[in-house]
Design a protein around this ligand. Sequence first.
Ligand SMILES: [Mn+2]
Length: 311
Amino acid sequence: MDFKELRQSIEKYDSIVIFRHAHPDGDALGSQLGLYYFLKDNYPLKAIYVYANEYFDKFKYGEKVCDEILKKSLGIVLDTANRERIDDSGYQNCKYLIKIDHHIDVDSFGNENYVIDKASSCAEVLCSILLSADFKDLKISKDCAYYLYAGILSDTQRFTIPTTTAKTLEYASFLAKKDIDIYELNCRLFDIDYKTFKFSAKLRLKTEFSQGLAYVILNSEDLENWGVEASEARNHVSELGHVKDFKIWALFTETSKGLYAASLRSIKDIAINKIATKYGGGGHVNACGIKDLKLEDVHDLIHDLKSLINA
Ligand SMILES: [Mn+2]
Protein backbone atom coordinates (compact mmCIF):
# COMPACT_ATOMS: atom_id res chain seq x y z
CA MET A 1 0.00 0.00 0.00
CA ASP A 2 1.36 3.44 -0.73
CA PHE A 3 0.51 6.50 1.29
CA LYS A 4 1.37 9.35 -1.08
CA GLU A 5 -2.23 10.51 -1.36
CA LEU A 6 -2.61 10.36 2.43
CA ARG A 7 0.46 12.56 2.88
CA GLN A 8 -0.89 15.04 0.32
CA SER A 9 -4.26 15.19 2.05
CA ILE A 10 -2.65 15.78 5.45
CA GLU A 11 -0.50 18.57 4.05
CA LYS A 12 -3.44 20.23 2.31
CA TYR A 13 -5.47 20.98 5.47
CA ASP A 14 -4.61 23.56 8.14
CA SER A 15 -6.99 21.93 10.57
CA ILE A 16 -7.17 18.19 11.31
CA VAL A 17 -9.58 16.46 13.69
CA ILE A 18 -8.80 12.92 14.87
CA PHE A 19 -11.72 10.62 15.71
CA ARG A 20 -11.95 7.18 17.38
CA HIS A 21 -14.67 4.66 18.13
CA ALA A 22 -17.28 4.91 20.90
CA HIS A 23 -16.36 3.27 24.23
CA PRO A 24 -12.70 3.76 23.33
CA ASP A 25 -10.17 1.13 24.33
CA GLY A 26 -6.40 1.41 24.66
CA ASP A 27 -5.88 1.06 20.89
CA ALA A 28 -8.47 3.69 19.97
CA LEU A 29 -6.91 6.14 22.44
CA GLY A 30 -3.30 5.18 21.85
CA SER A 31 -3.74 5.56 18.09
CA GLN A 32 -5.58 8.84 18.46
CA LEU A 33 -2.99 10.38 20.79
CA GLY A 34 -0.05 8.88 18.88
CA LEU A 35 -1.28 10.45 15.65
CA TYR A 36 -2.03 13.70 17.49
CA TYR A 37 1.60 14.04 18.63
CA PHE A 38 2.90 12.97 15.23
CA LEU A 39 0.92 15.70 13.47
CA LYS A 40 1.57 18.33 16.14
CA ASP A 41 5.33 17.63 16.17
CA ASN A 42 5.73 17.66 12.40
CA TYR A 43 3.20 20.31 11.45
CA PRO A 44 3.38 22.87 14.29
CA LEU A 45 1.41 25.45 12.30
CA LYS A 46 -1.63 23.22 11.83
CA ALA A 47 -4.46 23.06 14.36
CA ILE A 48 -4.81 19.41 15.49
CA TYR A 49 -7.78 18.26 17.59
CA VAL A 50 -8.43 15.04 19.50
CA TYR A 51 -12.18 14.60 19.22
CA ALA A 52 -13.90 13.08 22.23
CA ASN A 53 -17.49 12.82 23.26
CA GLU A 54 -16.84 10.42 26.11
CA TYR A 55 -13.79 9.65 28.19
CA PHE A 56 -11.76 6.65 29.20
CA ASP A 57 -10.34 6.78 32.70
CA LYS A 58 -6.80 5.83 31.75
CA PHE A 59 -6.39 8.62 29.17
CA LYS A 60 -8.57 11.63 29.87
CA TYR A 61 -8.06 13.72 26.75
CA GLY A 62 -9.96 15.29 23.96
CA GLU A 63 -12.77 17.68 23.33
CA LYS A 64 -15.83 18.28 21.22
CA VAL A 65 -15.00 20.43 18.20
CA CYS A 66 -17.51 23.01 16.93
CA ASP A 67 -19.11 22.74 13.49
CA GLU A 68 -17.34 25.83 12.10
CA ILE A 69 -13.99 24.16 12.67
CA LEU A 70 -15.17 20.73 11.49
CA LYS A 71 -16.46 22.23 8.23
CA LYS A 72 -12.98 23.33 7.18
CA SER A 73 -11.16 20.30 8.61
CA LEU A 74 -9.75 17.01 7.49
CA GLY A 75 -11.22 14.28 9.70
CA ILE A 76 -9.17 11.14 10.36
CA VAL A 77 -11.13 8.26 11.91
CA LEU A 78 -9.07 5.60 13.68
CA ASP A 79 -9.76 2.02 14.79
CA THR A 80 -13.42 2.11 13.70
CA ALA A 81 -14.88 -0.42 11.25
CA ASN A 82 -18.23 1.21 10.53
CA ARG A 83 -19.59 4.75 10.67
CA GLU A 84 -22.23 4.00 13.33
CA ARG A 85 -19.44 3.23 15.79
CA ILE A 86 -17.58 6.55 15.42
CA ASP A 87 -17.52 8.75 18.55
CA ASP A 88 -19.60 10.75 17.58
CA SER A 89 -21.61 11.98 14.56
CA GLY A 90 -19.47 15.16 14.42
CA TYR A 91 -17.33 13.46 11.76
CA GLN A 92 -20.17 14.05 9.26
CA ASN A 93 -19.36 17.76 9.23
CA CYS A 94 -15.73 17.33 8.16
CA LYS A 95 -14.78 18.64 4.76
CA TYR A 96 -12.89 15.46 3.89
CA LEU A 97 -12.64 12.12 5.68
CA ILE A 98 -9.91 9.48 5.97
CA LYS A 99 -10.34 6.07 7.58
CA ILE A 100 -7.35 4.25 9.06
CA ASP A 101 -8.14 0.88 10.63
CA HIS A 102 -7.32 -2.78 11.18
CA HIS A 103 -10.82 -4.31 11.39
CA ILE A 104 -12.28 -6.18 8.43
CA ASP A 105 -13.33 -3.44 6.01
CA VAL A 106 -17.13 -3.62 6.16
CA ASP A 107 -17.73 0.09 5.53
CA SER A 108 -15.35 2.24 3.48
CA PHE A 109 -16.79 5.47 4.86
CA GLY A 110 -13.74 7.63 4.13
CA ASN A 111 -12.90 9.61 1.00
CA GLU A 112 -9.67 7.67 1.47
CA ASN A 113 -9.49 4.34 3.31
CA TYR A 114 -6.37 2.66 4.67
CA VAL A 115 -7.22 -0.71 6.16
CA ILE A 116 -4.71 -3.44 7.02
CA ASP A 117 -6.82 -6.20 8.55
CA LYS A 118 -3.78 -8.36 9.28
CA ALA A 119 -2.38 -5.72 11.64
CA SER A 120 -2.67 -6.35 15.38
CA SER A 121 -3.97 -2.88 16.10
CA CYS A 122 -4.75 0.46 14.56
CA ALA A 123 -1.54 1.70 16.20
CA GLU A 124 0.34 -0.92 14.16
CA VAL A 125 -1.33 0.35 10.97
CA LEU A 126 -0.16 3.84 11.92
CA CYS A 127 3.38 2.47 12.36
CA SER A 128 3.21 0.98 8.84
CA ILE A 129 2.16 4.37 7.52
CA LEU A 130 4.53 6.58 9.52
CA LEU A 131 7.56 4.39 8.80
CA SER A 132 6.73 4.01 5.09
CA ALA A 133 8.72 5.70 2.33
CA ASP A 134 6.02 8.37 2.08
CA PHE A 135 6.42 9.55 5.69
CA LYS A 136 9.82 8.45 6.89
CA ASP A 137 11.41 11.90 6.54
CA LEU A 138 9.16 13.03 9.40
CA LYS A 139 9.90 12.74 13.11
CA ILE A 140 8.42 10.25 15.57
CA SER A 141 8.76 11.79 19.03
CA LYS A 142 8.84 10.07 22.40
CA ASP A 143 5.22 11.14 23.06
CA CYS A 144 4.05 9.76 19.72
CA ALA A 145 5.95 6.49 20.34
CA TYR A 146 4.55 6.13 23.86
CA TYR A 147 0.93 6.23 22.70
CA LEU A 148 1.43 4.03 19.65
CA TYR A 149 3.11 1.48 21.90
CA ALA A 150 0.09 1.73 24.23
CA GLY A 151 -2.23 0.96 21.32
CA ILE A 152 -0.25 -2.09 20.25
CA LEU A 153 0.15 -3.35 23.81
CA SER A 154 -3.60 -3.03 24.47
CA ASP A 155 -4.88 -4.76 21.37
CA THR A 156 -2.34 -7.58 21.50
CA GLN A 157 -2.99 -8.05 25.23
CA ARG A 158 0.71 -7.54 25.87
CA PHE A 159 1.83 -9.45 22.79
CA THR A 160 0.03 -12.66 23.74
CA ILE A 161 -2.79 -13.12 21.21
CA PRO A 162 -2.58 -14.58 17.67
CA THR A 163 -2.58 -11.18 15.96
CA THR A 164 0.93 -10.57 17.31
CA THR A 165 3.48 -11.04 14.50
CA ALA A 166 7.17 -10.43 13.91
CA LYS A 167 6.12 -7.13 12.32
CA THR A 168 4.24 -6.14 15.50
CA LEU A 169 7.36 -6.75 17.56
CA GLU A 170 9.57 -4.90 15.08
CA TYR A 171 7.37 -1.83 15.38
CA ALA A 172 7.23 -2.20 19.16
CA SER A 173 11.02 -2.39 19.23
CA PHE A 174 11.29 0.72 17.06
CA LEU A 175 8.95 2.59 19.42
CA ALA A 176 10.74 1.30 22.53
CA LYS A 177 13.98 2.80 21.19
CA LYS A 178 12.39 6.23 21.68
CA ASP A 179 13.10 5.73 25.38
CA ILE A 180 9.48 5.30 26.45
CA ASP A 181 8.78 4.05 29.98
CA ILE A 182 7.49 0.53 29.26
CA TYR A 183 7.07 -0.38 32.92
CA GLU A 184 5.03 2.74 33.71
CA LEU A 185 2.86 2.21 30.63
CA ASN A 186 2.11 -1.40 31.58
CA CYS A 187 1.13 -0.36 35.11
CA ARG A 188 -1.05 2.43 33.72
CA LEU A 189 -2.85 0.13 31.30
CA PHE A 190 -3.13 -3.12 33.19
CA ASP A 191 -2.86 -2.68 36.96
CA ILE A 192 -6.30 -3.19 38.44
CA ASP A 193 -7.92 -1.66 41.50
CA TYR A 194 -9.41 -3.58 44.41
CA LYS A 195 -12.97 -3.26 43.05
CA THR A 196 -11.92 -4.87 39.76
CA PHE A 197 -10.01 -7.56 41.61
CA LYS A 198 -13.20 -8.48 43.50
CA PHE A 199 -15.24 -8.28 40.29
CA SER A 200 -12.92 -10.80 38.62
CA ALA A 201 -13.37 -13.20 41.52
CA LYS A 202 -17.17 -13.00 41.18
CA LEU A 203 -16.92 -13.42 37.42
CA ARG A 204 -14.89 -16.61 37.84
CA LEU A 205 -17.40 -18.02 40.32
CA LYS A 206 -20.28 -17.31 37.96
CA THR A 207 -18.61 -18.87 34.89
CA GLU A 208 -20.53 -21.77 33.32
CA PHE A 209 -18.45 -24.29 31.42
CA SER A 210 -19.41 -27.13 29.13
CA GLN A 211 -18.23 -28.62 25.82
CA GLY A 212 -15.33 -26.18 25.54
CA LEU A 213 -17.46 -23.06 26.01
CA ALA A 214 -17.07 -20.83 29.05
CA TYR A 215 -19.65 -18.12 29.53
CA VAL A 216 -21.19 -15.73 32.00
CA ILE A 217 -24.59 -14.10 31.66
CA LEU A 218 -24.95 -10.95 33.77
CA ASN A 219 -28.47 -9.54 34.01
CA SER A 220 -29.36 -6.04 35.23
CA GLU A 221 -29.74 -7.30 38.78
CA ASP A 222 -26.22 -8.81 38.82
CA LEU A 223 -24.74 -5.62 37.40
CA GLU A 224 -26.53 -3.50 39.96
CA ASN A 225 -25.50 -5.75 42.82
CA TRP A 226 -21.92 -5.74 41.62
CA GLY A 227 -21.92 -1.98 41.02
CA VAL A 228 -20.69 -2.09 37.41
CA GLU A 229 -21.98 -0.78 34.09
CA ALA A 230 -22.68 -3.32 31.33
CA SER A 231 -20.00 -1.93 28.99
CA GLU A 232 -17.45 -1.85 31.80
CA ALA A 233 -18.26 -5.45 32.70
CA ARG A 234 -17.79 -6.61 29.09
CA ASN A 235 -14.25 -5.20 29.08
CA HIS A 236 -13.42 -8.08 31.41
CA VAL A 237 -14.09 -10.85 28.89
CA SER A 238 -10.35 -11.39 28.43
CA GLU A 239 -10.15 -12.48 32.07
CA LEU A 240 -11.90 -15.68 31.00
CA GLY A 241 -9.09 -16.35 28.52
CA HIS A 242 -5.88 -18.27 28.97
CA VAL A 243 -7.63 -21.33 30.42
CA LYS A 244 -6.57 -24.57 28.69
CA ASP A 245 -10.08 -26.07 28.72
CA PHE A 246 -11.76 -22.99 27.24
CA LYS A 247 -11.97 -22.93 23.41
CA ILE A 248 -14.46 -20.06 23.25
CA TRP A 249 -15.34 -17.71 26.09
CA ALA A 250 -18.22 -15.26 26.18
CA LEU A 251 -19.57 -12.56 28.41
CA PHE A 252 -23.21 -11.46 28.09
CA THR A 253 -24.52 -8.34 29.80
CA GLU A 254 -28.07 -7.01 29.91
CA THR A 255 -27.92 -3.53 28.40
CA SER A 256 -31.61 -2.60 28.43
CA LYS A 257 -34.75 -4.45 29.41
CA GLY A 258 -34.42 -7.98 28.07
CA LEU A 259 -31.63 -7.18 25.60
CA TYR A 260 -28.09 -8.45 25.91
CA ALA A 261 -24.73 -7.54 24.44
CA ALA A 262 -22.11 -10.23 23.91
CA SER A 263 -18.33 -10.17 23.91
CA LEU A 264 -16.89 -13.33 22.38
CA ARG A 265 -13.30 -14.58 22.27
CA SER A 266 -11.79 -17.79 20.94
CA ILE A 267 -8.54 -19.69 20.62
CA LYS A 268 -6.58 -19.24 17.41
CA ASP A 269 -7.95 -22.35 15.63
CA ILE A 270 -11.60 -21.40 15.97
CA ALA A 271 -12.98 -18.51 13.91
CA ILE A 272 -16.07 -16.97 15.51
CA ASN A 273 -16.71 -14.01 13.22
CA LYS A 274 -19.17 -15.90 10.97
CA ILE A 275 -21.40 -16.79 13.90
CA ALA A 276 -21.14 -13.22 15.21
CA THR A 277 -22.26 -11.92 11.82
CA LYS A 278 -25.17 -14.38 11.80
CA TYR A 279 -26.40 -12.76 15.02
CA GLY A 280 -25.92 -9.21 13.74
CA GLY A 281 -22.49 -8.57 15.24
CA GLY A 282 -18.94 -8.62 13.95
CA GLY A 283 -15.29 -8.00 14.67
CA HIS A 284 -12.12 -10.00 14.28
CA VAL A 285 -11.53 -13.71 13.65
CA ASN A 286 -11.00 -14.49 17.36
CA ALA A 287 -12.71 -11.50 19.00
CA CYS A 288 -16.25 -10.35 18.28
CA GLY A 289 -19.07 -8.30 19.70
CA ILE A 290 -22.84 -8.52 19.24
CA LYS A 291 -25.53 -6.11 20.42
CA ASP A 292 -29.26 -6.34 21.15
CA LEU A 293 -29.69 -10.07 21.63
CA LYS A 294 -32.89 -11.36 23.23
CA LEU A 295 -32.34 -13.93 25.97
CA GLU A 296 -33.51 -16.71 23.63
CA ASP A 297 -30.92 -15.52 21.04
CA VAL A 298 -28.29 -15.73 23.78
CA HIS A 299 -29.20 -19.37 24.37
CA ASP A 300 -29.28 -20.14 20.62
CA LEU A 301 -25.88 -18.51 20.28
CA ILE A 302 -24.49 -20.56 23.18
CA HIS A 303 -25.77 -23.67 21.41
CA ASP A 304 -24.18 -22.60 18.08
CA LEU A 305 -20.85 -21.87 19.73
CA LYS A 306 -20.78 -25.31 21.35
CA SER A 307 -21.59 -26.91 17.99
CA LEU A 308 -18.78 -24.94 16.39
CA ILE A 309 -16.27 -26.15 18.99
CA ASN A 310 -17.38 -29.76 18.59
CA ALA A 311 -17.77 -29.74 14.79
MN1 LIG B 1 -8.07 -1.78 17.66
